[in-house]
Design a protein. Sequence first.
Length: 158
Amino acid sequence: MSDEAQRPDDFDTAFQSSLAHLQVYVETACASEGDWAAKVSAGVRAALTFAAANPAAAQLLTNEAMSGGKPGFARYDRMIEHFAEALRPGRAERPTGEWLPEITEKTMVGRLAMLIAQRLSLEQHADLPALAPEAIQFVLTPYLGTADARRVAFGSSA
């Protein structure tokens, strides 16, 4: 088998390994948290910290997957869907019980992944953990509203 024919399998193996590492990192960070919002906050912080500490893996999961054509997009979409599942219970947190579009969770996770991809492309991955409070507020706002999302993201004094 030529190197060209081998490359998709190698990419898939590397992608799956990087995704498994990210999943364990995020799930470990969330495990000790009590409520849903605290779990989401810990998960966002963990994802940003992971990307800063493992830029090659984060690059593979974002930019390289998205540039990999249909198979890459399929892998990327499965990753986004996996993390979006963790946001779905937030629908019960909505104070007014208003309807959210079905794409909300994938949009929130997808935008976080694009933030990571952008910082990686600009070689600014070390800055990602500092963006956690704003990213957490962004992700939580559709579920908790602006004020409560800000309190979770920035602490009770925000």
